[in-house]
Design a protein around this ligand. Structure first.
Ligand SMILES: C[S@@+](CC[C@H](N)C(=O)[O-])C[C@H]1O[C@@H](n2cnc3c(N)ncnc32)[C@H](O)[C@@H]1O
Ligand code: SF4
Length: 316
């Protein structure tokens, strides 16, 4: 599960990908759902059988008490094997690390781009050494940017160096254009050049590169599939992409008479519409009066991907 603990951040990275809706807002989200309590975070984690949680923001360490509260509740509920990793743009000092000990397993440091050429002299290097001594798994996770090769000297202090392909975002598009950057292609959010910049890094098992297309497709699809497996109704079809497909009837006429045609466990009534397996709706479409269509959406009432009028969807 992705737990976004605040949209506030003290830094102003020119490449920050946060959306306008989240940037600066002191709001909490579990995956895409706005929440206000640790119990709601547990519910969302349950709904996807989450094996772990990534705590991110904004800057999580600006709300350290909140991070501690949520991590504690997640660990209490799911047990110590629920892996928790924390993203941060602040180098945590010893008191902060002490509070996170036993709650956060792994810390992913994001030192500012301008500090990379002197990374060993920064608080991030000091923090990495201390965190490792205290038993945390510690690494650096940054977007691919020119000059990334400078981080190689920090490898001996770290358990990993994760590089995310630089992504174009609505709020950083102008800053990216100003720097002469452009999109790699029309399909993904990846910025052209990352492949060349990461070549500056040694071929080392601690270095991992996560492409934008992997993040978009594989990670999202796996998350959707886990949510769908836990929340799909008996008549929802779960696709290979993790979306769910079902038929909708907006009934015209006597609803009771319509429902008599269907088996009780074959449908659900939602806001006056009858939802059922799309193939049942297709088979019975001549007998069921009203508007009929097939919906494909993210699971658990998520975003609608496609609405297809039934007559166009099913050709005899
Ligand atoms: C948005 S930050 C939020 C947490 C924290 N403030 C930080 O910067 O680590 C989460 C992750 O996104 C990465 N990131 C930042 N800008 C990015 C971009 N334009 N493309 C891809 N990843 C980016 C950061 O390195 C960090 O690992
Ligand atoms: S530290 Fe993280 S959240 Fe803050 S501005 Fe930079 S990328 Fe954005």
């Amino acid at each position: 599960m992705v737990l976004f603990v605040t949209g506030r951040c003290h830094r102003t990275c020119w490449y920050c990908p946060l959306s306008r809706e989240r940037k600066g807002q002191d709001a909490i989200f579990a995956n895409e759902q706005k929440i206000t309590s640790p119990s709601e975070a547990i519910e969302v984690a349950e709904s996807m059988s989450a094996l772990g949680t990534g705590i991110t923001g904004g800057e999580p360490l600006l709300v350290l008490d909140r991070v501690v509260e949520y991590a504690k509740r997640l660990k209490e509920h799911f047990g110590p094997e629920h892996q928790i990793h924390l993203y941060t743009g602040i180098a945590p000092d010893e008191p902060a690390l002490r509070r996170l000990q036993g709650l956060v397993d792994e810390i992913r440091l994001h030192p500012p781009h301008e500090s990379w050429p002197r990374i060993l002299e920064t608080d991030f290097a000091r923090s990495a050494i201390l965190a490792r001594q205290m038993g945390f798994v510690i690494g650096i996770e940054v977007p691919a940017l020119p000059g990334i090769g400078a981080l190689a000297v920090a490898l001996p202090l770290l358990d990993f160096l994760n590089i995310n392909e630089l992504e174009w975002g609505e709020t950083c598009a102008a800053a990216m254009r100003e720097r002469g950057l452009e999109l790699a292609d029309g399909l993904h959010n990846a910025v052209k050049g990352a492949a060349d910049w990461v070549k500056e890094l040694p071929d080392d098992p601690k270095v991992h590169f996560c492409s934008s297309s992997f993040k978009d497709s594989v990670q999202l699809r796996e998350r959707l599939k886990r949510i769908a497996a836990n929340t799909a109704r008996p008549f929802d079809e779960v696709t290979d992409d993790g979306t769910v497909v079902y038929g909708v009837l907006e009934p015209a006429g006597d609803l009771d008479a319509i429902l008599e045609i269907l088996d009780e466990d074959e449908y659900a009534i939602c806001d006056g519409r009858v939802e059922m397996a799309w193939w049942v709706l297709a088979d019975l479409r001549a007998e069921l009066p009203g508007k009929k269509y097939v919906i494909e959406r993210y699971p658990n009432g998520g975003m609608v991907v496609e609405v297809t009028p039934l007559d166009a969807a099913i050709k005899d």
